[in-house]
Design a protein around this ligand. Sequence first.
Ligand code: FAD
Length: 406
Amino acid sequence: MLSPNKDVAVIGCGIAGPAAALFLKRAGWRPVIYEAAQEHDDYAGLFLNVGRNGVHVLEELGLDRMIRNEGFEMRVMQFRNGKDKNLGEVGHMDGKPQGFTVKRGWLQRILREEAARQEIPIVMGAKLTKITTGKDWAEVSFESGLSANVRFVVGCDGIHSALRSRLLPDAPKPSYTGLISFGGYSRGVQLPYIPGVQQMVFGSKAFFGYIVQSSGEIFWFGNEEVPGTPTRKDMLAISQSEWRRRIMDLYRNDASPILDIIANTKGEIGAYPIYDMPPQTSWSKGQAVLIGDAVHATSPNAGQGASMALEDALMLGKCLRDIGDVEGAFDQFQSLRKERVERIIQYSRSLGQRKYATNPVQVFFRDLMMPLFLKSANKDSHSWMYDYRPQWNERLQTDRDVVHHD
Ligand SMILES: Cc1cc2nc3c(=O)[nH]c(=O)nc-3n(C[C@H](O)[C@H](O)[C@H](O)COP(=O)(O)OP(=O)(O)OC[C@H]3O[C@@H](n4cnc5c(N)ncnc54)[C@H](O)[C@@H]3O)c2cc1C
């Protein structure tokens, strides 16, 4: 009798990919990661928050010490308007941190290095172009001419997933939220380092946020309302000098230190249109399943995209460990995750909607109402989001692992 095929193709080596490969290996599978990029780019993207729910998954992987040492602990967000008026704050200095802020490339690197340390092969320059799935097999083909026959495929290829569009061509497409995000890293602006505190400014034309690191480096980002359906390609077509000019103009009427921070940016300003995903009916088809941004990309406002990708990786590994058949495990995975991720996507979008305010009347009412909103937001611990704790070592018991929202 042939031994069962344990080979798995994991498509994409961002955050979900290496994390899923690590849990699959623990569950007894033989994953290989296929990544489209020719080389790893540790400077790709800006910075992100890993919520304490995501940190819990890193803990399960033995990587939480690194993020606790390297990350900026997030406890309180202080909000002001463009005239420097205090609008209130969200969070508490005591108790558990909401999470840690790190550079996106750093998080990718520690996951990828752990996968490599555990001898999980990573094939670079492997851009998925085709998938065929059969009764208990799948074949993936790549632009380079490479192909692989496996037991099943895990799509971790991000918001514009090639696997999703080939597997489920009629699935709803990512939807533009109306905002773009831009940001970078500054040095040389003298601002106090306040551990645990992130500054947020509702400017007169656009939103701005920054974190002063103990090294003096400042991580900053902004959000601007932009009509149409801009793409990342459109953003890349704008020169760096044009971005600087345009962003400086946006905050010209707002109180310091915003302009100083932007003017002292070292390296490039990154800019991204913000898309999220409408609810997807199917997360899998035949012997292939989608996880992370490929199936439930969220806007960055709630700081949960990376954490949800990490949670998926653990839960998919558990389902494939504890449920006898692969397709049954995919179905169980979707039913355990769908309600939670859709709630987070919706919550994140609602936070983004507060960042729109383009005319003086809207700005006036926003500043008037914001302290009340922040006060009520501060009462909500968001425990449903941050304290989700799937345990790897417990066997799957669907009624316990299903998320009961409060
Ligand atoms: C500006 C910005 C700010 C963000 N801020 C936050 C935040 O504060 N907190 C947070 O949690 N999240 C944030 N996110 C989102 C976060 O980065 C994503 O949710 C997270 O990276 C999802 O991980 P993933 O592995 O699913 O996808 P990705 O990280 O996008 O990885 C996908 C991988 O697949 C590869 N790939 C693509 N196509 C193919 C193909 N055809 N074949 C093979 N490989 C392919 C890509 O090269 C990439 O390496 C932010 C995102 C952006 C853009």
